[in-house]
Ligand binder design. Sequence first.
Ligand SMILES: [Mn+2]
Length: 260
Amino acid sequence: MFEAKVGVSMLYSLHESFNRMTKRLNNENTRYIEILDDGAHELDKNRVNLLKETAKSYNLEYTVHAPFADINIASPSRTILNASLKRLTESLHYAHALDAKLWVFHPGARTGISQFYPGAEWKQNTQSIQELYAEAEQFGVNIAIENLPAKYWFIMNSPEDFHKFYKETKLPIGIVLDIGHANLENQTQPFFDQLADKIIHIHASDNKGVNDDHFGVGYGTIGYSLVAETLKKIGYNQRVIVESCDHVAESLKKLGELLN
Ligand SMILES: [Mn+2]
């Protein structure tokens, strides 16, 4: 039976205070909420407690998006790498405290010196993911890695990259398919064709194939009707999270209609 769970990322509210964001949670027309542990919404113990109370009151289910500002798990700098992993581990612990169903994180990125060390960023990225996975397993937190576009220096852009990663690590780690990111690489259909069984979470926003705009669904050039058809065909029954910065309620409604 087809029953994708359409939810919303609080990314669109990141310019607002944490308390303002929290007050929105009972009014999102969905119980599937993705909290972004970054910027003004960075988690701490008190905030986790507040979110837990809110979830209880309104029967919400959280997923947590790991911080990504200035984070690079493929960094060639030991100092930056350690700081990144420390911050991510902290976020994992908050996800555990929140009873989050999933912790979503970004792969590492190339840097201005990567060209001098071919393959080093890939190797470091893999090692970091193995460390995060071990940590997550200890805490019983389910984690998944998101596809990112090469345009913004990230690695792990295509199905080929994920195949390579799985072949090397044998880790049973899922994929967050970001449809907007995949569109920038023309890889949406290849991801569905080749890795449908690995996709355990979806980020939905729109763009025009050039920049990662995070437009509302229907405000770019992505064919969401086709995406919805594909999701039905593969029997996708997990979360589809609207990760738009505008037209959020409208996007949620559109996807809900397309997927039901
Ligand atoms: Mn995303």
